[in-house]
Design a protein. Structure first.
Length: 190
């Protein structure tokens, strides 16, 4: 479960969250929506422990899987190296290779990331997070740049590997249809 209780957070004199509470139950997805600057990415950073709340409590997980808004891939390395870069067990590495095939990326394993399309990079970022097999999954605009057919494949992968296994998923998306792919409950921040 992911839980924020009565969380307040400010950047200097600028309050972002005030007495904010949110629960993402195991096996469910919640999608944060709202205008730019309302605190969506701040909530994700608090859950990941990248930021500390001014007050309140945040319960995340010791081993989160994350798809950041940016792909965070190393352009000079191959696709395969990028996906296997986190400390993965042999079992996780084997799983990663299967997931790359499922994502339609097995023909690009040896290509440098800089040579891949935006959609291919995005799918690689998702595969890397899923292969890590964290306790929770954090997604920041996960399906940007991915064509509709591949969005369906990636959403199915996330459902099977996280939601169906009783793990919570917290995402940010401005696109309702992306949230619907994961049967997400919409939580509007304003």
């Amino acid at each position: 479960m992911i839980e924020l209780k009565n969380v307040s957070f400010s950047y200097g004199d600028r309050p972002i969250l005030d007495n904010f509470s949110l629960t993402v139950p195991n096996g469910q997805c919640v999608c944060l929506k709202g205008p730019s600057g309302c605190g969506k990415t701040t909530v994700l950073r608090l859950v990941l422990g990248l930021l500390a709340p001014d007050s309140g409590t945040v319960l995340g997980a010791e081993k989160p899987s994350v798809v950041f808004q940016e792909d965070r891939l190393l352009n000079g390395f191959s696709l395969k190296t990028n996906v296997l870069l986190p400390p993965l067990t042999d079992e996780q590495q084997a799983k990663a290779l299967l997931l790359l095939q499922e994502a339609g990326l097995s023909d690009a394993l040896g290509k440098k990331v800089r040579a891949l399309s935006g959609g291919m990079k995005r799918r690689a970022a998702i595969v890397r997070a899923v292969a890590f097999q964290g306790d929770i999954l954090i997604l920041d605009e996960p399906f940007n740049g991915i064509d509709p057919e591949n969005k369906l494949k990636m959403a199915e992968m996330i459902r099977r590997e996280f939601l169906d296994k009783g793990k919570p998923v917290l995402m940010v998306s401005h696109i309702d249809s992306d949230a619907e792919l994961l049967n997400a409950e919409i939580f509007n921040l304003s």
